[in-house]
Ligand binder design. Sequence first.
Ligand code: NCD
Ligand code: ZN
Length: 328
Amino acid sequence: METQSITIRRPDDWHLHLRDGEMLKAVAPYTARQFARAIVMPNLTPPVTTVEAAAAYRDRIVAAAGPGFTPLMTCYLTDDASPDELERGHAEGVWVAAKLYPAHATTNSAAGVTDVRNIAAALERMQRIGMPLLIHGEVTDHEAVFIERILQHLVRDFPTLKIVFEHITTRDAAQFVADAPGTVAATITPQHLIINRNAIFAGGIRPHAYCLPVAKREQHRLAVRRAAVSGSPKFFLGTDSAPHLREAKESSCGCAGIFNAPYALESYATVFDEEGALDRLEAFASENGARFYGLPLNEGRVTLERADVLVPENVPAAGSSLVPFHAG
Ligand code: NCD
Ligand code: ZN
């Protein structure tokens, strides 16, 4: 018999873009409705590189999200990231992790790291203080190339550094993480479980299916799905919800990012249901990430009920609108 309702520990989102200003006010409540905590990406303009900027941003998020939601802040690593600043932010409880964007890999990443050798001292310090490194693991190359050129070396050179390979999209990445030591984990988005690259070209160019890393071929989607439902504690929920206003997406140079926050948990639950793995949803959504970060599990519970839902064509934001994942 079909499961009609499930109750799980309140989940967390281990990879989220909330933006700032009016956009932040529009999108934060969607995440706070479902998740107790979220790892907030620092790719604002300018990027969040100082403890003060991160603390002030955290206050704005708390105000926008309302009570019951805890933003977990990250430091945007640049070539001249200071080990002392990282340690201070971590010790003061502002920064939970630091984010490595290879320069020019994605939205607002021009200030990213040009060569990981430039941040060796920062990584050394993070390893020592137990501060996780979050990696956007794709440049202009495929994930497989990034693994060979960069990740394998990092894992070898910093054997006790916690590393999160973010938003994995390929069989290669899923396999690498599964085979890696316990210090390595990965987040998985709803879109990479649900769409393959054909969705971007279905009957015409589909800007709302375009995100980075871009969705790959079907065999990769299936491998990422198997990893998510495998029960391995190395894989956990990270939506990568990345809102851009409709006109910025529907453009001759459309922004990368899928706004999946409104129905994020429902998206994942649908996948786990289809895979006959609803009993593993709770670990993926609510336990594995917190354990990897060494944070307490949430106390609250959420209940999901099986029902048809019509996802709106768009939702208002900042004087314009956002088109959510599954719109219509
Ligand atoms: C993100 C954004 O818009 O900030 N876009 C995306 O497609 N995921 C950046 C990122 O995480 O790569
Ligand atoms: Zn992201």
